[in-house]
Design a protein around this ligand. Structure first.
Ligand SMILES: CC(C)(COP(=O)(O)OP(=O)(O)OC[C@H]1O[C@@H](n2cnc3c(N)ncnc32)[C@H](O)[C@@H]1OP(=O)(O)O)[C@@H](O)C(=O)NCCC(=O)NCCS
Length: 144
């Protein structure tokens, strides 16, 4: 597995993987990915056998980065792909003098909560109706 920069040409595949990872109401469309990739983003895709198997996209504003998405294809889970993407991301953000990383995740997303807790992120608050009515999120943060 290699980690590589993400290009606009990858967007169709990112959309497909995002739809595999999340309920339809929570997925990003191609124009949103386009917007993310056009900003001050720090991101990588994980590639194996010329296929994208996962990716992470964060946006850095001043000294704070927001992770917008971290997706790993179902068939490639529990092999450490997300671990590698997070380790790379934190290194890349440190090089850019980032001091804090923030993300939101659904309160029932045990996989993501475990993953980020393991990497030292703490749930700082619960945001009511973040995704839609009755769908709360935890905000998780890590100081670099
Ligand atoms: C969450 C997600 C990114 C994890 O990707 P992954 O490549 O399978 O994660 P890793 O193999 O690197 O796992 C690292 C650690 O995270 C935790 N973890 C990952 N998936 C988990 C799960 N389903 N249940 C519980 N813990 C989990 C474990 O502690 C794991 O370590 P272990 O395998 O030694 O027990 C993946 O399940 C996914 O894409 N889910 C859908 C999208 C999503 O929820 N993204 C996060 C949004 S904030």
């Amino acid at each position: 597995m290699r980690l590589e920069p993400i290009f606009h040409d990858d967007i169709d595949e990112l959309v497909r993987i995002d739809q595999e990872c999340f309920d339809k109401s929570l997925t990003y469309d191609s124009s949103f990915f386009d917007k993310l990739l056009s900003g001050n983003q720090v991101s990588r895709k994980a590639v194996e056998n010329d296929e994208i198997i996962g990716f992470v996209i964060s946006v850095l504003r001043k000294k704070v980065a927001v992770i917008y998405t971290l997706d790993v294809r179902i068939q490639d889970r529990r092999r450490g792909v997300a671990n590698k993407l997070i380790e790379w991301l934190e290194g890349g953000l440190r090089e850019r003098a980032c001091q804090e990383i923030i993300l939101q995740t659904h309160v029932n997303n045990t996989g993501a909560i475990n993953l980020f807790s393991k990497h030292g992120y703490g749930a700082t608050k619960r945001i009511r109706d973040y995704y839609s009515k009755g769908m709360d999120a935890f905000e998780m943060r890590k100081t670099l």
